[in-house]
Design a protein around this ligand. Structure first.
Ligand code: TXA
Ligand code: MG
Length: 383
């Protein structure tokens, strides 16, 4: 870990980085490292044999492309076609958000193996801000491909122990950098369309509001400020929806091994789902389940949610409460969400209930992940 006295930490860290870099560069193996978003399973991006190990370790479908991570603009440039001129909108976004939780799509250069881009004409690139991630890439001195360090389909790990539980025995080395600050994956953005607008393919750590604000500041001297379009909200594309390149569209993501139910509690969400109060819902599950002994029900909701008041004692039911963070601070809820899912799973709950949040700021990415984790939804009346 990095939470050691500074002197020991720096020695231990530089030693660990050397070993990790050796493992990546000389042995062409994978290494798990912390980023500010989630832990990544890294391998050499420009080496198809090394990159293939990522797919086999995760059980990842080969048509789902990887993000390439860089530690400098020089390294970014080495991944782009030599004659390619970086668009103004990307200059603005990089100036504002790099290093950080923003992934940009660029045209694929010949040096990038097909396995990385899954045959797409574009490559996704980001410059992480986590000091260990940056130092590892800089030490290896080559770009690293890194998806989240989880078995395909599971929630992304935000602590080294999450990775250990899921992948130990399958990876040689895990660099422990403590809990990831952001806790959700990066925002994936495509501004390569002729209309010049910024398409959000996957909402994530950088919010739509952040993007809009940055573009209005950084591009106020241009003819027109690009719009930020959110997939499914502002634009739809059947071709995209059937393609693996829209993160999470084709493949189910973020589900722990226990079933997850989404609790709809906001007045404005659509009224097609009949409402049930929480006690009758869980009591009926208790009657129907084949679980012997206590039915353990995990609950994820904002710290100051009214939902907690509805968790009445029920015979044969044990509640496991996991408060996610204040309603007014969706960034804290984002930070805790995957840890909550993975901790409840580890505690052996039989079922997880997650309360919905407003889809603004980090709430957009939170609800994107929560909907993918949930197998169904119920409406809970709130007063
Ligand atoms: O925060 C993150 O982005 C983390 C950390 C480790 O950097 N990485 C991550 O990687 O979440 P992964 O593989 O779990 O998700 C990458 C997503 C995939 O869903 C993929 O569909 C999309 O990015 N992607 C990659 N290359 C793409 C491309 N050329 N076009 C469209 N989408 C792409
Ligand atoms: Mg992932």
């Amino acid at each position: 870990g990095l939470d050691m006295p500074p002197q020991i930490a720096s020695n231990a860290t530089s030693e660990a980085l050397k070993i990790a870099s050796h493992q990546l560069v000389d042995l062409e193996q994978t290494v798990v490292f912390p980023t500010e978003t989630v832990y990544g399973l890294g391998a050499l991006a420009l080496n198809a044999t090394a990159a293939a190990k990522i797919f086999s370790t995760k059980g990842r479908p080969p048509d789902n492309p990887l993000i390439v991570h860089v530690s400098s603009f020089h390294m970014l440039r080495s991944l782009l076609p030599p004659e390619y001129v970086i668009p103004k909108v990307y200059e603005a976004l990089m100036k504002h958000f790099w290093p950080g939780a923003l992934t940009l799509l660029f045209p694929r250069n010949e040096n990038i193996p097909f396995i990385i881009t899954a045959g797409q004409p574009t490559v996704a690139i980001r410059m992480p801000s986590h000091p260990v991630a940056r130092a590892l890439i800089a030490t290896a001195n080559v770009p690293l491909a890194a998806p989240s360090a989880n078995t395909s389909g599971k929630p992304s790990p935000t602590r080294a122990e999450h990775v250990y539980r899921d992948l130990h025995g399958k990876v040689g080395l895990i660099l422990d950098g403590g809990a990831c600050g952001v806790g959700l994956e990066s925002t994936v953005v495509d501004a390569l369309h002729a209309d010049g607008h910024v398409r959000v393919l996957r909402p994530g750590g950088i919010t739509v509001e952040d993007l809009e604000k940055a573009l209005s500041v950084e591009m106020n001297d241009t003819m027109s400020i690009p719009k930020v379009l959110v997939h499914k909200r502002d634009y739809a594309d059947e071709k995209i929806e059937n393609a693996p390149t829209t993160p999470g569209m084709k493949y189910r993501h973020y589900s722990p091994s226990v079933p997850v139910t989404l609790l709809l509690t906001l007045p404005e969400s659509s009224g097609t789902i009949p409402s049930t109060d929480l006690s009758s819902y869980v009591s009926s599950l208790r009657r129907e389940t084949t679980v012997e002994g206590e039915l353990k029900v995990g609950v994820l909701a904002p710290t100051d949610s009214k939902l907690w008041g509805q968790l009445q004692p029920i015979d044969g039911v044990t509640w496991s409460r996991f408060p996610l963070g204040p309603l007014a601070e969706p960034s804290l809820i984002a930070h805790t969400l995957f840890d909550g899912l993975l901790s409840l799973e580890k505690d052996g709950v039989h079922l997880i209930l997650i309360e919905e949040v407003e889809e603004d700021r980090e709430g957009l990415a939170i609800m994107n992940r929560v909907r993918k984790a949930a197998s169904h939804s119920i409406r809970i009346p709130m007063d």
